[in-house]
Design a binder for this molecule. Structure first.
Ligand code: SF4
Length: 237
C-alpha cells in the first residue's frame, strides 16, 4: 500500500488507487457494513462504501485537512464532506470566502468546484464513532503524504480541522518536506498558527462537526476568520 501510494504519478492516479485500498480490516468491514445496512433516509441510494479520495483544485494553495469521511456522508456519496451536516457548514463557509462555486455539497455530481483549495482527510475510510485507531491513522498516512507531495508546488497553507488532523500533519513534514517537526509539538487550538518556513503554514480550526456547530463552539464567523487568514497567508485574492 505504501508503495502504491508512492507510485501515484498524479492526483487522478492517486484517487483511483486509494479507492481500492483494503489495508485496514476493521475499517473495511465498517465501511461495507454501513453501505449495506444504510440509514433509513438513504435506503434507496447506493452507498460508495469505499475509501474517499481528496477533492478540489490540483493547484491548490490552501489545503483543508479533516479527520475521516462520515459514515453516511462521504462514505455514502464518495466525496469528502458531501451529503452531511459538517459539509453543509464547511462549504457554506468556503463559498462565502470565494473558494467554492456553490454553498452546498450534496452529491458527487452536483457541480461543486473549489478554487485554490483542496480537501483531504487524514484517514480515508469512515471509522466507527469517527474514531480511527493510531494504527489505522499510521496505515493511512502514505495516502495523505503522497497527496500533499503532488500538490506541494502550490500548497502554502493547511487548515487542520480538529486536533486529530493537527496531529496528523507533523509526520508530513518529515516524509514530504524532509524537515523535522517542531519539538515540542505546538498545541492545537482554534486559531492556532504554526509557521512552516520551508513547509506550508498550519492553521488550527475547530472541526465542523455537529457537536461544535450546534453548540455554538464553532460559529460561521469563526470559520470566516480562519479562511480569511488562510487566504491571506496563501496569497489568494
Ligand atoms: S483507512 Fe486508509 S489505509 Fe485503511 S483501508 Fe482505508 S484507505 Fe486504506
Amino acid at each position: 500500500m505504501v508503495a502504491r501510494a508512492a507510485r501515484a504519478t498524479d492526483l487522478a492516479d492517486l484517487d483511483g488507487a486509494v479507492s481500492n485500498c483494503f489495508a485496514c480490516p476493521r475499517l473495511v468491514a465498517w465501511r461495507e457494513e454501513v453501505a449495506r445496512t444504510k440509514r433509513a433516509a438513504f435506503r434507496d441510494q447506493e452507498y460508495w462504501g469505499r475509501p474517499v479520495p481528496g477533492f478540489g483544485a490540483p493547484d491548490a494553495r490552501i489545503g483543508i485537512l479533516g479527520l475521516a469521511p462520515a459514515a453516511h456522508g462521504g462514505n455514502r456519496t464518495g466525496r469528502i464532506f458531501t451529503g452531511d451536516r459538517s459539509g453543509d457548514v464547511l462549504f457554506a463557509a468556503l463559498h462565502r470566502a470565494g473558494l467554492a462555486n456553490q454553498p452546498t455539497s450534496v452529491a458527487a455530481d452536483d457541480g461543486l468546484a473549489l478554487r485554490d483549495t483542496r480537501i483531504f482527510a487524514a484517514v480515508r475510510c469512515a471509522p466507527p464513532d469517527n474514531k480511527p485507531t493510531p494504527v489505522e491513522r499510521d496505515t493511512c498516512a502514505p495516502w495523505l503524504h503522497r497527496e500533499v507531495a503532488l500538490i506541494r508546488p502550490t500548497l502554502r497553507v493547511v487548515v487542520a480541522l480538529g486536533a486529530f488532523a493537527w496531529a496528523a500533519w507533523w509526520p508530513v513534514l518529515r516524509d514530504v518536506y524532509g524537515t523535522r517537526p517542531p519539538t515540542p509539538r505546538p498545541a492545537f487550538g482554534h486559531g492556532a498558527h504554526w509557521s512552516g518556513m520551508s513547509a506550508p503554514d498550519l492553521l488550527g480550526c475547530y472541526h465542523v462537526s455537529q457537536q461544535n456547530t450546534f453548540t455554538g463552539r464553532l460559529t460561521p464567523g469563526m470559520l470566516d476568520d480562519v479562511f480569511a487568514r488562510a487566504k491571506q497567508l496563501a496569497g489568494v485574492d
